[in-house]
Design a protein around this ligand. Structure first.
Ligand SMILES: [Zn+2]
Ligand SMILES: [Zn+2]
Length: 104
């Protein structure tokens, strides 16, 4: 017997989903599955960005930003298992929020 799960439980790399923090739809690219509006993400990847191997599926809170070669990267921490990860920011990200996080 396979465990049955609601079909919307699975989030695929290219499938949009609704942000569980603010309700915006998230386009979920390969490297950034975070919400452009509030920058929250979801714990989907385990070891490599895009592997979608995580069983956790917890919400990931943006806790800071780092600047690398002139590009902003967002530091996330999973509210469920406390795993941290860093992702590249997307061009459409809420830049005011990135600036705000940079003051932390
Ligand atoms: Zn959001
Ligand atoms: Zn997690």
């Amino acid at each position: 017997m396979k465990k049955s799960q609601p079909s919307n439980f699975l989030v695929h790399a290219t499938q949009p989903y609704l942000c569980e923090n603010c309700g915006q739809s998230v386009l979920g690219g390969r490297y950034n599955n975070h919400c452009l509006s509030c920058l929250w993400s979801k714990h989907l990847d385990e070891d490599t960005p895009g592997d979608r191997a995580s069983e956790c599926k917890g919400l990931m809170e943006p806790i800071g930003v780092v600047q690398k070669k002139g590009k902003w990267r967002i530091l996330h921490q999973c509210v469920n298992c406390h795993k941290q990860s860093v992702v590249d920011s997307a061009p459409d990200d809420n830049f005011d929020l990135i600036i705000e996080l940079s003051h932390n």
